[in-house]
Design a protein around this ligand. Structure first.
Ligand code: UDX
Ligand code: ADP
Length: 462
């Protein structure tokens, strides 16, 4: 093997990214380390710890050949030439910046582990999303070593999205690599670029200074989230005016300057990145004395919260002003389709609001049920059931609430579901996923997002 790469952190980012690197660079040894022994055991087994379409095949090809998973991070540090740091950087829950700033304790711990155990020069690559200028702190910690070692810090943020991670990694829009302008910084940059050149066309590999690279990642996520909040805010206006958000989004998206992506209205964005990164951006703007800029970006989160509250209020209003004691079937708990991940999923907040209204929930999701049970562990178990069978979830329910855009929900037998439900039967389609007219014709009262409701009650359909 010509080089050894270590990745610290075997999560949603580290695992798939390293699998794709190992798959495309057979002459590099790729070690993925994590302190979580159960997670590592999962990566070594037939059932990987995360669900991601296409991931199994990539891991199978490379594992044991040049891709290895381990809890022995110290040995990995000693052996590696290039170390990717891919630990989580959640929002701080305590002290200064609580609720906004990134909690960098896991990240700093890895820097200190590297300093303690390194026996040769290393290139350290920030893969985790970090506040702009974090590389400076990392460089300082690493250079504090008394062994005479040199460390170069590179920023190489990951832009893959869950559910499409493998395709995003194989065919990225761009790979961003930021480095210091020093000769050794530029040398390190070339080494990291060399990895990606194995499969990414050079025109798509963009090199910048470290700070631009760090900030580009934060702002890319903020801009995507802003599009979702923008369209969600307009969905509220559509519901008041009989304009249709699908038609408005499609019309806007035809403008090549706007483009069609990230214009789907729904119950709001979730996932581990958008909220955390915007909060982080807001905190940074406040820190640098830019309150107007901070307030601008904070509004993106406020609209997201508003959209979820609005959705639940509509459910209660339409169901004769009360959901107390009524069974509600929740279709989808993951934060988006094709993942089992529920981090910051709108479903968590919506289910909690429905439970506050004393609804009884039957939650169905093709992948996310174990996480759903953890996310709602503190709620009354008597009020929630977790159903692997959607028909079982719908049996005796007054309403179906669609919270994730799983395509398989479109294929269900809604005549059978209607027959199983209490009447009148309601569907609140929080993802505009289903065929509303067909459902209405079957007898459902249908409430989409940003579109006219299809109700059999004259008063509400007027
Ligand atoms: C995001 C970024 O897309 C990715 O580049 C970055 O590396 C990590 O964060 P991810 O969170 O995995 O990826 O999913 P994404 O597809 O961006 O969706 C985020 C949320 O926005 C989901 O809850 C999704 O349902 C929602 N969304 C997305 C909408 O509500 N409407 C849309 O039009 C698009
Ligand atoms: P992401 O979505 O950013 O990949 P995850 O939470 O899925 O975030 O993964 C981060 C991983 O980093 C976790 O599996 C966690 O156990 C691991 N981790 C955190 N701190 C350390 C550390 N000091 N050394 C090794 N692994 C760590």
């Amino acid at each position: 093997m010509s080089k050894t790469i270590l990745c610290i952190g075997a999560g949603y980012v580290g695992g798939p990214t390293m699998a794709v690197i190992a798959d495309n660079c057979p002459e590099y040894k790729v070690i993925v380390g994590d302190i979580n022994a159960a997670r590592i055991k999962g990566w070594q087994s037939a059932t990987l710890p995360i669900y991601e379409p296409g991931l199994d095949a990539v891991v199978k090809r490379a594992r044991g050949r040049n891709l290895f998973f381990t809890t022995d991070i110290i040995a990995g540090i000693k052996e590696a030439d290039i170390i990717f740091v891919s630990v989580h950087t959640p929002t701080k829950t305590f002290g200064r910046g609580a609720g906004r700033a990134a909690d960098l304790q896991f990240w700093e711990k890895t820097a200190r582990d590297i300093v303690e155990h390194a026996e040769s020069d290393k290139i350290v690559v920030e893969k985790s999303t970090l506040p702009v200028r974090t590389a400076e702190a990392m460089h300082r910690i690493l250079q504090s070593n008394t062994k005479g070692l040199n460390f170069e810090v590179i920023s190489n943020p990951e832009f893959m999205a869950e559910g499409t991670a493998i395709d995003d990694l194989q065919h990225p829009d761009r790979v961003l690599v930021g480095a210091m302008s020093t000769p050794s910084g530029q040398e390190a940059l070339a080494d990291v670029v060399d990895i990606y050149k194995h499969w990414v066309p050079e025109a798509k590999i963009k090199t910048t200074n470290v700070w631009s690279s760090e900030l580009s990642k934060l702002v890319s996520n903020a801009m995507l989230a802003q599009r979702v909040s923008s369209v969600n805010s307009i969905s509220a206006l559509c519901e008041k005016t009989d304009a249709n958000i699908l038609e408005v989004s499609a019309s806007m998206g035809l403008d090549s300057r706007i483009g069609p992506k990230f214009l789907s209205a729904g119950v709001g964005f979730g996932g581990s990145c958008f909220k955390k990164d915007i909060l982080n951006l807001v905190y940074l703007c406040e820190y640098y004395g830019l309150p107007e800029v901070a307030a601008y970006w904070e509004q993106v989160i406020k609209i997201n919260d508003y959209q979820q509250r609005r959705f639940v209020e509509n459910i209660a209003n339409q169901m004769f002003n009360t959901v107390a004691g009524k069974k509600i079937a929740v279709f989808g708990f993951a934060f988006k389709a094709d993942t089992g991940d529920t981090r910051e999923s709108p479903a968590i907040y919506i289910c909690r609001m429905l439970l506050d209204e004393h609804a009884k929930l039957a939650i169905h999701d093709p992948q996310a049920l174990p996480y759903a049970a953890t996310d709602l562990a503190d709620c009354s178990a008597a009020e929630i059931s977790y159903e692997t069978d959607p028909y079982q979830a719908a049996a005796g329910a007054h309403a179906i609430v669609v919270l994730t855009d799983w395509q398989e929900f479109r294929q269900l037998d809604y005549r059978r579901i209607f027959d199983l439900m209490d009447k009148p039967a309601f569907i609140f389609d929080g993802r505009n996923l289903l065929e509303h007219q067909k459902l209405f014709d079957l007898g459902f009262n249908v409430f989409p997002i940003g579109q006219k409701a299809l109700s059999h009650f004259e008063k509400t359909s007027a």
